[in-house]
Design a binder for this molecule. Structure first.
Ligand SMILES: [Zn+2]
Ligand SMILES: [Zn+2]
Length: 411
């Protein structure tokens, strides 16, 4: 038990070092005296993360990586000394773990400046991006976005916690975001919230003559015509699949067919069409799908057809997320006031702003509801289903997993 406490303290000192690294990085973008130093880091890499020149790289090690490691070591050393004065020197020696950890980064940075131990720089390994941006630990794709998507986001170096707290774990600035179901209450609220976050929204709607104000391009489409949108989706960074129907109380064969066609099949086909536009290395870092599967995945919506068709698309997403070529987020939303649901409790603008704020914190399942049970039942359901699907299904042979088999006859 006592040993556990010491291990926890040692780990805490490492976390403190990492948090210091991230705030030093934020300062490198915002505090004049060290901006020039940090800039040497940004100048050292090309878009495929190869070095601009070895001299530029070597300089960046001396001006950015070495001082960063020394600042980390200093902050942890001060904390360790303070804790020692308060609680005894045994604690100081344990917290010294974080100091040694930080100094190791100074040593490897100096080695790299001499063209040695180059393998120690994991987040700048050259070559195409092969993974999706990771969620809790920084990988190459995550960090690539700091260099080439937005320098005002993705500050974290190892753990992503500081970006999550600051709301800089996803930048929407300048991103083209297409929203289906755009003429609905939530669709309109989303367009507004996205614009406020600096994105360039595009409205995808089935309503003729819908108007979304100046500077919001509108594309008409119909369920069944997903493939015709492919060219347009090629230039879209984030696709938000938000359309759906809810014929409360219906159970005729026609109503079943329609609910599955709109809520399940068309949403799925649209997602696959979008995933097929992921053809370049940078798409892995920049493209995303957000899909409104609704709280009906785990709660009654008092509309059986709505529930079962939404649960079907929810399960398909859980299955596809296992090897999709980009980040796919689920939007799990409680009842909000709309034309379809006049007694909804939440305001659609509040829900839309919540979605954007949680996305900027890189929540992969974005839950916005007043039902406290959903915050417990949804993650449990999602984790257990995802595990079950992982155990009893295999990835398609094609790396993207969509073109290899074409079960829905995509054209
Ligand atoms: Zn970098
Ligand atoms: Zn930077």
């Amino acid at each position: 038990m006592v040993a556990m406490v010491w291990v926890a303290l040692a780990l805490a000192s490492v976390v403190l070092a990492e948090v210091t690294r991230d705030f030093y990085h934020v300062a490198g973008h915002t505090w004049e005296p060290i901006k020039q130093w940090h800039n040497t880091h940004h100048k050292a890499f090309r878009k495929d993360l190869t070095m601009v020149s070895f001299d530029a790289f070597s300089k960046s090690q001396w001006y950015n990586d070495v001082p960063e490691a020394l600042v980390m070591a200093t902050v942890v050393a001060i904390a360790a000394t303070g804790a020692g004065i308060g609680f005894g020197w045994a604690i100081t020696w344990t917290l010294w773990t974080g100091v040694m950890y930080s100094l190791a980064f100074a040593v490897t940075a100096i080695a790299r400046s001499q063209n040695r131990m180059m393998w120690t720089d994991l987040t700048h390994e050259p070559g195409p991006l092969t993974d999706n941006p990771s969620n809790w630990f920084v990988n190459r794709t995550y960090h690539w976005r700091h260099h080439f998507d937005s320098g005002n986001a993705y500050y974290c170096g190892t753990l992503t916690a500081v970006d999550k707290i600051l709301g800089t774990a996803l930048s929407l600035q300048g991103k083209t975001v297409a929203v289906t179901g755009a003429s609905g209450t939530l669709g309109r609220a989303l367009l507004k919230a996205l614009k406020a976050a600096g994105a360039r929204p595009i409205a995808l709607t089935t309503s003729p003559n819908a108007d979304f104000g100046p500077r919001v391009p509108v594309h008409q489409w119909r369920p069944g015509q997903e493939r015709e949108l492919q060219k347009k989706l090629a230039n879209v960074d984030i696709l938000i699949i938000n359309h759906g129907i809810n014929e409360a109380g219906a159970r005729s064969p026609e109503a079943i067919a329609k609910a599955y066609e709109v809520n399940t099949m068309s949403a799925w086909r649209l997602m696959e069409t979008f995933l097929d536009t992921i053809t370049l290395s940078k798409h892995r870092a920049l493209k995303e799908v957000w899909i409104n599967t609704s709280e009906a995945e785990v709660q009654p919506a008092f509309s059986p057809l709505y529930e079962i068709s939404k649960r079907a698309i929810g399960d398909i997403i859980t299955l596809r997320r296992l090897d999709a070529p980009c980040v796919i987020r689920k939007l799990v939303l409680g009842p909000f006031k709309s034309n379809l649901n006049p007694i909804g409790v939440m305001d659609a603008n509040f829900v839309a702003r919540g979605i954007v704020e949680l996305a900027k914190r890189d929540f992969r399942d974005i839950i916005v509801t007043i039902n406290p049970l959903t915050y417990v039942t949804f993650p449990l359901k999602e984790a257990s289903k995802s595990l079950y699907f992982r155990l009893f299904s295999k990835a398609a042979r094609s790396p993207r997993g969509s073109k290899a088999s074409n079960p829905i006859g995509l054209k």
